[in-house]
Ligand binder design. Structure first.
Ligand code: HEM
Ligand code: NAG
Ligand code: NAG
Ligand code: NAG
Length: 542
């Protein structure tokens, strides 16, 4: 089994409050010394008074820091059901957060960066001054390349992705002649890292364990570094950073990435001079072509952008794929429904490569979106107010206000999603059918929700708003507005491929008597169980 992942992924189940400092955060040398210091700091931190003055004229929802740390999803749900369409505030571990309801987020999503900044908010959340996790002026290049180069050409990548998928299944997935229990989460991380790696760094590094290792672990190391730093009050961080060994690991990883990429880029620059040279088609090359002349040989920045790209894409995508597997295991009936669709659309090898194939998997698309609705992140739309904003309900947001949207609440608001607690894999598929032919309204869904949903993608067709990749004021899993996730089309494509392939070849079920694996909740990040096993059995007839 993939030992790298096993060792590197945080294994702690962050549900026991007594075990407040995840053991993993303390791992390493000088353990007992570290524990002592951390416990003292944690107590100071837990009980320190919030001197921050709040100049937003909105009510507060009272909750302890512990609640924010370990059960942010219930915190957001409960507070949302109390305030709903009103702006309210919560004290988070890093100060006050102002929560913007769906009914008002529409007024904000179009505002420019110098008024409402996504970059500053993310930079601060990642404590970039210490972690160095920020692409700076290159962020826009990154988004632009994903939007232009990647999204438009997904079909072209399909054969490579499928090849890679077959390879990893052959080498790292159990035989499964009989029902075989398998820990799917670590496998998904490696699968997605491999598929993405093929498109990010191309075939040269695709199967190098060292690259897999760095690209997977960079995000995890960064996450731990940020959490450790957050335990120290801001004034202590300039000194405290020397206690956080992960910060040095981040630097080492950046150097590793640089060293691995350098020979490849150098070779390409040399080859480019040969007439008739056929440029490779991957992110390394797109970036090469996009960078200004004087940065084409800046291998450090190119390595860094690769790692930031991996950090933004691997765990987000693999976590959702894992959640989909858990949901498939619970909802046995959906497997045959989806398999039927997959068989129809992907009837032969060429179909996998056809431009519109993935788009035709509408039931699967709906299933993935439904999984995401219930398992997705707790909050979204992380923004910082740079210039004062007045909302139409009279709320004044002064500069410096930190915003969040209460996604975990919106996702189960019956006004937007009827029977919100029910997992209905075909929920969005039905909505799409409904929109296309209003006359043949299905009984299970007769009144379209009054959600003020708007589309940011002008190219989407009429039923586009219920697609996995559609975003709107009540569907914020990929954010909203100009900074919405530019990788979501690729993510959708990858997830569909993996699920389609697994559905065709395997039956999936939970262990006898077990329910759906419970998610982990830690610091606003909700993620699927890392240790749960699901049973797979190879299907004789595809
Ligand atoms: C299921 C998988 C994914 C989820 C849930 C997800 C979610 C998000 C969210 C919530 C944001 C912030 C948007 C905002 O604040 O408005 C974001 C930004 C971003 N995502 Fe994703 N993402 C996923 C996959 C990917 C993939 C596969 C890539 C790359 C290929 C990617 C690249 C990015 C980048 C570069 C940004 C920053 C955009 C900007 O600031 O302009 N993401 N993503
Ligand atoms: C969920 O939110 C947290 C905090 O805002 C963020 O660090 C994490 O990357 C998000 N995860 C996904 C899947 O978007
Ligand atoms: C994905 O899941 C892993 C393991 O459950 C977790 O450590 C990580 O924070 C999650 N990442 C995101 C972006 O949700
Ligand atoms: C270095 C390496 O193993 N590269 C491989 C990347 O993937 C392609 C096809 O999947 C292989 O042909 C390469 O050998």
């Amino acid at each position: 089994m993939p030992s790298i992942i096993e060792d590197a992924t945080p294994r702690t189940n962050f549900t026991v409050v007594g075990d407040v400092l995840p053991s993993q955060i303390l791992a390493g040398s000088r353990l007992s010394y570290y524990i002592a210091i951390s416990v003292v700091l944690f107590c100071i931190w837990l009980f320190q008074s919030d001197k921050q003055k709040c100049s937003v004229s909105a009510p507060f929802y009272k909750a302890s820091r512990l609640k924010w740390m370990f059960s942010a999803d219930t915190l957001i749900r409960d507070s949302y059901s109390k305030f709903r369409d009103t702006v309210y505030q919560i004290k988070s571990t890093e100060g006050v957060r102002t929560i913007i309801p769906s009914s008002l987020v529409g007024e904000l999503k179009g505002l420019p960066e110098d008024t409402l900044s996504a970059r500053t908010a993310v930079k601060e959340a990642m404590l970039s001054e210490y972690t160095n996790l920020c692409a700076g002026s290159h962020s826009d290049t990154l988004s632009l390349l994903l939007k232009c180069k990647m999204t438009g050409q997904l079909a072209r990548m399909a054969p490579q992705l499928k090849e890679e998928l077959e390879y990893i299944l052959a080498t790292e997935f159990p035989e499964c002649q009989e029902w075989t229990p398998f820990k799917i989460q670590p496998f998904m991380v490696r699968t997605i890292a491999r598929l993405s790696g093929r498109v990010f760094v191309g075939p040269l590094l695709n199967r190098t364990e060292e690259w897999m290792d760095v690209s997977i672990n960079f995000a995890i190391t960064a996450f731990i570094a940020v959490i450790k730093l957050q335990f120290f009050p801001p004034w202590m961080r300039p000194v405290a950073q020397y206690l956080v060994s992960e910060l040095r690991t981040i630097q080492r990883d950046l150097e590793k990435a640089q060293n691995m990429l350098t020979p490849i880029i150098e070779e390409r620059i040399r080859d480019a001079e040969t007439p008739g040279y056929d440029k490779p088609d991957d992110f390394v090359q797109w970036l090469q072509d996009a960078l200004p002349e004087d940065q084409k040989t800046d291998f450090y920045i190119q390595g860094k952008m690769q790692l930031l790209l991996s950090a933004a894409s691997i765990h987000t995508t693999s976590n959702l794929t894992t959640d989909c597997i858990y949901d498939l295991a619970v909802h046995q009936d959906m497997q045959e429904i989806l398999r039927e669709e997959v068989r129809e659309v992907l009837c032969d090898d060429e179909a996998w490569e056809r431009k519109d194939s993935m788009g035709k998997l509408k039931k699967l698309d709906s299933f993935i979106k439904e999984s995401q609705r219930l398992s997705g992140n707790v909050t979204s739309f992380i923004r910082k107010v740079m210039r004062p904003i007045d909302l139409s309900d009279g709320t004044h947001l002064p500069a410096g206000t930190n915003l969040l949207a209460p996604m975990a609440g919106v996702a189960v608001d019956p006004r937007y999603y009827p029977d919100p607690e029910v997992f209905d894999g075909l929920r969005f598929w039905k909505l799409r059918q409904h929109q296309r032919s209003p006359s043949s309204s299905s009984s299970s869904f007769s009144s379209p929700p009054a959600a003020p949903t708007t589309l940011d993608e002008p190219t989407l067709n009429a039923n586009g708003r219920w697609q996995f990749t559609s975003i709107g004021d009540t569907a914020m899993n990929f954010g909203l507005g100009k900074h919405a996730c530019p990788g979501r089309f690729f993510a959708g494509c990858e997830i569909k491929m993996v699920l389609a392939y697994l559905l065709l070849h395997y039956d999936i079920k939970l262990r006898e008597g077990e329910g759906r694996p419970t998610p982990n909740m830690f610091m606003m990040t909700k993620s699927p169980s890392m240790t749960a096993e699901v049973l797979f059995r190879r299907r004789s007839a595809v």
